[in-house]
Design a binder for this molecule. Structure first.
Ligand SMILES: Cc1cc2nc3c(=O)[nH]c(=O)nc-3n(C[C@H](O)[C@H](O)[C@H](O)COP(=O)(O)O)c2cc1C
Length: 192
């Protein structure tokens, strides 16, 4: 029997970013999406601000998101840099995904600095990624620059901002090893 630490370590190490081109079209049941979201709520949060806000985009809303992304991309890209392929990739990716979750942050500048809210939301997203891994759901955090312009599409309030799109889909990818340099290169120990 595996210990809790062994199970946790396996989930942490096996979690990979899984991209829409690897997703099958198998539907993710709503209760599984809810389970993944619920795990976000257990992230640590300074002064209990719980700044994570999510917009779950599924079914016909995915095409609406893709159309909005295409519109923003066209609007923000100088004509000589515009790539039709890039423009069309938004529709492709959202169609391949079962669910896209907009990762939004509600800031509370009177309580904690913004970086603490961003850190708390990153913890929340990691909880979702680990829960997704444990449920055989592929996922990845996408952060194209155009997310800075999604506020009105997502109906965000003044103190809210979108920081990414969490694509999710069932997949049949073989486990991939993490591409990392040794931890020892990144740690300095102090003390006897
Ligand atoms: C905040 C954040 C933003 C990211 N944005 C993108 C992105 O825009 N496009 C992308 O392909 N991957 C993105 N990723 C995923 C990374 O590419 C991925 O985590 C990295 O390659 C390591 O692979 P792994 O997640 O499988 O360990 C993002 C990850 C994080 C944490």
């Amino acid at each position: 029997m595996s210990t809790k630490a062994e199970i946790l370590s396996e989930i942490i190490k096996n979690r990979r970013s899984v991209f829409p081109e690897s997703y099958t079209q198998e539907e993710i049941p709503t209760n599984i999406v809810e389970q993944i979201l619920e795990s976000a709520n257990y992230a640590p949060t300074h002064k209990l601000t719980q700044p994570w806000r999510f917009t779950v985009i599924r079914k016909n809303a995915k095409a609406k998101l893709a159309a909005e992304m295409g519109r923003i991309y066209k609007e923000q890209t100088p004509a000589e840099k515009f790539l039709q392929k890039k423009h069309d990739s938004f529709a492709q990716k959202t169609a391949q995904a079962d669910t896209v979750i907009a990762i939004n942050i509600q800031f509370h500048e009177d309580k904690v600095p913004n970086w603490e809210e961003i850190a708390a939301v990153a913890c929340a997203v990691q909880n979702m990624a680990l829960t997704a891994e444990s449920l055989n759901v592929g996922a990845y955090w996408s952060s194209p620059p155009l997310i800075a312009h999604l506020d009105s599409f997502l109906g965000l309030a003044e103190n809210e901002k979108c920081y990414g799109l969490f694509y999710m889909g069932k997949h049949s990818e073989e486990p991939r090893l993490a591409n990392r340099t040794p931890m020892a290169d990144k740690v300095k120990w102090m003390g006897e």
